[in-house]
Ligand binder design. Structure first.
Ligand SMILES: *Cc1c(COP(=O)(O)O)cnc(C)c1O
Length: 499
């Protein structure tokens, strides 16, 4: 290690020496002062039965009010989140969640409604759910929507169950679902879970579906295909319609994974290009909070021929009244208690209504412009894996960093030091040491520019001082974690240090 490099690391590590006082308990401190009691104090023993009384006093922290406020403010910013800075996690569409949607969905007349309230008592809610389904059906060019799935992956599972129900009803003997090798990992997992065989189809050198290869796989055993569009290298599947015709020629069904709809919404409707089934991630395209920020929602849209298989309950409109259908003879059954994650659905409904059709198209255009702008800004150090133009994201390979002894995960960790979330590094598997970058439309040009500077600095560090990358992050509250361990054995509670 040369001296300059060593100096750099020391400078970067210096912050670690400043103690962060997490434990704020100070015996004797209090956040309040009560006036003296004017009535005689009662013996607690006369108020509570013995068995319910504590034997040992509760260990509550003693803190004054400013320290309590500081504690929570600091806690809220220890992790990275989209309200803090850019979160370019490819395929996940980590965009800004408008706060007005939180307020609308939290209105007491909506949020406090009991899920077992009779239909007559919640006509307003039923109308919202019904209307949102109609609007969403129009957005994706489908005939019916199920709002039940609680995530994209559950939407996929419903979709493939619908494929199975369709073939069973027609007594078609089908065994196999085709899945391109660029697919999101959930696609093959879904196929297996529902009981079909996965047949992987390699994509072409341009990163798109290879129709000749696909044609050689077509046969009566094919129940359908799952295709992510735009695909995971950020490209529109230009031959989607041709592919769909091919699948339909053997009575197969086309499942479009629409999790990446953020670049198509308002511009292209999956139902118009040959998809029979599509799922939409409300927690991506429709701006509802993600992951730890809230439950998800992955509605599924279908063509009319599949509507009778959709899960129950369903809302129907009769005249100007709404009611539930609880049973349907051909339904695949129930997928989620009650009617899915309604609090999330309402946020998405507010988003859709506030934007309107032109606003949704603007979202897509913004997402496309931002991805292409960023790709251009960093292309010297981070050339895209496939020729653009891109839709919502682009992928680059960091395999070149290996000759300096570092890899994509090291660069990802270094980004955290600059206050950015890392891009996706675990897929697509067709790009070695990938970095999958999705900036989304809610980033300003200044924000993209500063991210580009950080990326360029990291490329420079890989060449001149790779140790800095290999030992990063240096400035985050905790250093490099055992990621699998941290995810499997989450510690969600503060543990008192022994005193
Ligand atoms: C996010 C994503 C999924 C899965 O959605 P979850 O809500 O995380 O289950 C599926 N496919 C693609 C392409 C995705 O980006």
């Amino acid at each position: 290690m040369d001296n300059q490099c060593e100096g750099d690391i020391l400078v970067r590590k210096r912050r670690k020496n400043v103690p962060v006082i997490f434990e704020k308990d100070t015996p004797g401190a209090a956040g309040y002062r009560l006036p003296p009691m004017e009535v005689p104090r009662k013996d607690p023993g006369t108020l509570l039965p013995g068995a319910t009384r504590r034997q040992v006093a509760a260990h509550l922290p003693a803190v004054n009010e400013p320290e309590v406020v500081r504690h929570y403010i600091n806690l809220s910013s220890l992790n990275h989140h989209v309200d803090k800075a850019l979160y370019p996690l490819g395929s996940c569409t980590m965009k800004y969640n408008p706060k007005i949607n939180e307020e609308l969905s939290g209105r007491p007349d909506l949020a406090a409604l009991h899920p077992l309230a009779p239909a007559e008592a919640c006509q307003g809610m039923l109308e919202l759910l019904w209307d949102f389904s109609r609007e969403l059906a129009a957005v994706v060019g489908m005939d019916e929507i199920s709002l039940h799935p609680a995530a994209g992956a559950q939407g996929e599972m419903l979709g493939i169950k619908l494929v199975r129900a369709y073939h069973q009803a027609k007594k078609n003997a089908k065994t196999t679902i085709l899945v391109p090798d660029s697919a999101h990992g959930t696609n093959p997992a879904t196929v297996r879970l529902v009981g079909y065989d996965v047949e992987e189809v390699a994509s072409g050198p341009d990163g798109r579906l290879d129709l000749d290869r696909l044609r050689s796989r077509i046969g009566l055993h094919v129940a359908g295909i799952m295709v992510t569009n735009p695909n995971t290298v950020g490209l529109f599947e230009t031959r989607f319609q041709e592919m769909a015709d091919l699948i339909h020629s053997v009575d197969g069904l086309v499942y479009m994974d629409g999790a990446n709809l953020n670049a198509l919404v308002g511009l292209v409707r999956p139902g118009d290009i040959g998809a029979d089934i599509v799922h939409i991630n409300l927690h991506k395209t429709f701006s509802t909070p993600h992951g730890g920020g809230g439950p998800g929602s992955g509605p599924v849209g279908v063509k009319a021929a599949l509507a009778r298989f959709l899960p129950v309950p369903r809302v129907v409109k009769e005249g100007d009244r709404f009611r539930w259908i609880e049973e349907a003879p051909d339904s695949v059954g129930r997928l989620h208690p009650f009617f899915g994650n309604v609090g999330i659905i309402l946020r998405a409904y507010a988003y859709l209504r506030s934007l309107g059709p032109e606003g949704l198209a603007e979202v897509s255009r913004g997402a496309i412009v931002n991805a292409n702008y960023l790709a251009k800004q960093v292309e010297d150090d981070y050339p895209a894996s496939h020729p653009g133009p891109f839709l919502h994201e682009f992928v680059t390979s960091l395999a070149w960093m290996r000759k300096f002894g570092v890899k994509n995960i090291d660069a990802a960790k270094r980004l955290l030091d600059d206050g950015f979330h890392a891009p996706t590094v675990s897929f697509p598997l067709i790009v070695p040491d990938c970095f999958m970058i999705e900036p989304t439309e809610t980033e300003s040009r200044a924000s993209l520019d500063s991210f580009a500077v950080s990326l360029r600095n990291i490329a420079e560090e890989a060449r001149s001082c790779p140790e800095v990358l290999a030992t990063s992050p240096h400035w985050t509250p905790v250093g490099r974690l055992d990621e699998a361990g941290a995810a499997r054995a989450l510690k969600l509670r503060w543990e008192w240090p022994s005193r």
